[in-house]
Design a protein around this ligand. Sequence first.
Ligand SMILES: Cc1cc2nc3c(=O)[nH]c(=O)nc-3n(C[C@H](O)[C@H](O)[C@H](O)COP(=O)(O)OP(=O)(O)OC[C@H]3O[C@@H](n4cnc5c(N)ncnc54)[C@H](O)[C@@H]3O)c2cc1C
Length: 411
Amino acid sequence: MGTGGRLVAAAVSRWGDDPWALGSWSLIGRGGTPGDRVALGEPVGGRLRIAGEATHPTRAGMTHGAFEQGIAAGIWAAEAGHRRVAVVGAGMAGLGAARELGRLGVAVEIWEARDRVGGRTAGVDVGGFGFDLGANWLQQYDDNVLARLAEELGLTVTPTDFTDPFVLGPARSGVPKGLESELRARLEAAAPQAAVGDVVGEWLREPGRFEAGAIRDFVDAEIVMDSGAPLSWLSARYGFEPGVGEGDRWIVGGYRLLVEHLAAGVDVRLNRPVTEIRVGERGVTLIGDGHAADFDAVIVTVPLAVLTTIGFAPALPDRHRVAVERLGMGRVEKVVLRFEQRFWPEHAAGYYRVHGPGENEICEWLDASAADGVPTVVGLFAGPWLGELWDGTDAEVAERAAGIFRDAVRG
Ligand SMILES: Cc1cc2nc3c(=O)[nH]c(=O)nc-3n(C[C@H](O)[C@H](O)[C@H](O)COP(=O)(O)OP(=O)(O)OC[C@H]3O[C@@H](n4cnc5c(N)ncnc54)[C@H](O)[C@@H]3O)c2cc1C
């Protein structure tokens, strides 16, 4: 390696250890259905509603889905006649709810656990420019309310073609024709309780016209990478949800350019983690970190994994609790690496894939050099190797990730 591969700046995510996220995005586990998402988002009586990405039946796990659910919950609270509403969490759902309530003339206060807004969109300054350690792309771009907002704000967005990755590292055969449709057919035909791992395991025992290696690679790239969850848990029928590859563009400067706009003028109380929500006949009390306050209603937008850490009185109804049990979260981590010089090949799709040494170990790389001209890649890692790779300081993790990318480029 010449000096070109020297790291000059880096940032590392820690979603799996973050008490206000505890994972990446919500997923449907074996035995679950999209109906569980709908159940979770149903109002609990007249004063409590759970919103957030996990409640969207068709656009879960994405920023615009979260934002849409926040707006829907805001409309619900306003139509119920509430005049003073609390929102828990200042991510896309919370900001969507608060803005809608404000627009409808309802007083609203957001209680946010972190010292920043944006939630799982997480802008970070790396070597003088803004990148994303959380959500990166505006997905389903043509039908995305946040994409329209980005356009209104005049933000620069850059397309990524996920259908045409440059596979770095040891030569691989590519995706054989018909493999994706066969996988989808097998998953759809699976029993309701079956996991992706059951279906793939059965297929690998009798791979038929496909090579086992090609099946494994495809599953790693399309399911492990897009979920970050163990295949033995992920629902066969519903674990492969829409989103990636349906028109993806990343925001130059990062999601925070959108978030700053959405949070402007909203009453957000930072560093205020909610630990308890009491719902009575006359109103709702929010309690957390030495604070308590009364409201007419509350919209809760915390991530699924965090929901179980909040004490609800009375307890959430069975339908909601069952939904929480059937849904779950995966883990995907990111690095932003900035190098002295470019040392990887140009590829029009702007996107690279690297298969790890072990089963279900996978990472993807976005070439983000267009941001400000400095050679930059953003890596997303999923699979069992995360525990080992993410052990240690940020500098150690960044060097390890850079090593994987460099080795893959060398082939
Ligand atoms: C690594 C990664 C990559 C992703 N990539 C994409 C992508 O490219 N495109 C895309 O569309 N989506 C992507 N997503 C998913 C997207 O980020 C989420 O779906 C979306 O941001 C969720 O918004 P939300 O408002 O539902 O939840 P959050 O953004 O998690 O907001 C919830 C808020 O609640 C706060 N909170 C938590 N607990 C408490 C508490 N007890 N009291 C008060 N506040 C609390 C949190 O701090 C947070 O601010 C990605 C996510 C991750 C982690």
